[in-house]
Design a protein. Structure first.
Length: 417
């Protein structure tokens, strides 16, 4: 297993290009199951989760080819309604095949994904929504079994905002009879990106990006050739790196409009941020100011940036409070940051962070994707060497991260454990 060794204390500067967004690519690749013919996707990031998705789609009968950042998928021969435990357990987003499989094959048998390090992450809202569309749902032997001769449009209210839940139902409803209205829908840019792709396939989806999405079902969808939107969380992670190291980093190929909550908080922390069309320059402050944050569904502050922002607050000039309202167990990185000298106290869903003059390098263990990124960021401002173990989490969601850091002048080295 690989580990990453970070030598702290360097000021990062330079220009890097942001990759395609993992959380947009996953549902978009899966939406190919709704079509019969060859789909082409560009700007697909080279990540473990993308490879897992391609294997899953092949398992369902799709023909998949990967060539650099281009993935082609032809689901003309879609025939297997079963997504087995071994494939689904590797990646929770696999549950996104449920809607398309029922819509196209009239049935699906998909392993329940189970909990993960950051929380229980139930899928009750996916299932309730599909049942409202007329699917008969049963839970048997750890699998969701869904059947529907024909899905029928319905009015669906989410009592919690769910990103993949909104995406799953949008895909199922695209091929249903009649009109579906999703209320309290997720407004994330990745949801909008999926809706755009479905519309290019011939779907009729209005309102994506607002909390009410209206889908008028059509009888079939056709293949598309599309490009994946930039990864706002990868971009945000490098923006925090600039702020942390008093650096000067320019990100290209990004979408500043998707990162307003983070930009606002980084400015309050003292960073200078210059925005142009598809690029952002972040100049870190001499002294980082303490800022409170509360994670919220988009357009609020993203939970996927909480761990990284906490590292910034660990070396800020005062006290800050970070409240995590999306996942019930997303503070696992705290104990590792404490081992590096961070002064953090957790009380319920809030963490109180007293900024320290510096952190100190230590061996640490990554527990999930964003926690891994936060530990590397912590290593950048720690005195001495930080060893981050279990970095396979990182490979699920950050393309060539250590190479990008290296380009910015950091010492971030991957070695075999
Ligand atoms: N929830 C339910 N019932 C459901 C679905 C969700 O109670 O049926 C709850 C969850 O337990 C959670 C909240 O709703 O408390 C929000 O969860 P959501 O469903 O929005 O999360 P997700 O769709 O499983 C996506 C991203 C996550 C990101 C969250 C929140 C993908 C593939 N994953 O997950 O990304 O943290 O939205 O923004 O899009 C990551 O990239 O590191 C990551 C975890």
């Amino acid at each position: 297993m690989d580990k990453i060794i970070v030598e702290g204390g360097r000021t990062l500067s330079g220009v890097i290009a942001i990759s395609g967004a993992k959380n947009a690519a996953l549902p978009i690749l899966i939406s190919s199951l709704l079509t019969d013919g060859l789909n082409t996707y560009n700007n697909v990031p080279d990540l473990k989760d993308i490879h897992s998705t391609c294997v899953l789609l092949q398992n369902q009968g799709a023909h998949v080819e990967m060539n650099g950042d281009c993935v082609t998928i032809d689901a003309g021969d879609l025939h297997n309604p079963e997504a087995p435990y071994d494939l689904v357990r590797k990646m929770r987003a696999s549950i996104l095949v449920l809607g398309p499989l029922v819509a196209r094959l009239k049935k699906a048998r998909v392993s329940l994904p189970g909990g993960c390090a950051i929380g229980a992450r139930p899928i009750n809202l996916h299932l309730k929504g599909l049942a409202s569309l007329g699917a008969k749902i049963e839970l048997q032997h750890g699998y969701v079994e869904a059947k529907a001769d024909r899905l029928t449009g319905a009015d669906i209210f989410f009592d919690t905002v769910t990103v993949t839940g909104t995406e799953n139902l949008m895909m199922a409803a695209a091929l249903a009879d009649g009109v579906t209205v999703l209320r309290n829908a997720a407004r994330e840019p990745e949801v909008v990106a999926l809706a755009d792709v479905l519309n290019q396939m011939g779907a009729d989806i209005q309102g994506a990006g607002t909390s009410v999405i209206t889908i008028t079902g059509v009888s079939s969808l056709h293949p598309v050739s599309v490009s994946i939107i930039p990864d706002r969380i990868e971009a945000g992670t490098f923006m925090v790196a600039a702020a942390l190291t008093h650096g000067n980093i320019t990100l290209t190929h990004c979408e500043p409009g998707h990162m307003q909550a983070l930009i606002e908080k980084l400015r309050l922390a003292g960073a200078v941020i210059k925005i142009s069309d598809k690029s952002v320059q972040v100049i870190g402050p001499e002294r980082i100011a303490s800022v409170d944050i509360k994670t919220l569904p988009y357009p609020g502050f993203p939970t996927d940036m909480q761990a990284q922002f906490m590292v910034l607050m660990s070396v800020a000039s005062g006290l800050s409070i970070i409240s995590e309202t999306i996942f019930e167990n997303r503070f696992i990185h705290v104990s590792e940051l404490q081992r590096m000298g961070a002064d953090i106290t957790i009380s319920g869903n809030a963490a109180v962070i007293k900024g320290m003059p510096y952190l100190s390098g230590a061996p640490v263990m990554a527990s999930d994707l964003r926690a891994s990124a936060s530990l590397i960021l912590a290593g950048l401002v720690a005195q001495g060497q930080t060893e981050v173990h279990r970095v396979y989490h990182l490979d699920r969601g950050y393309e060539a991260m250590e190479k990008k850091f290296e380009k910015l002048g950091a010492s971030v080295l991957r070695v075999k454990d």
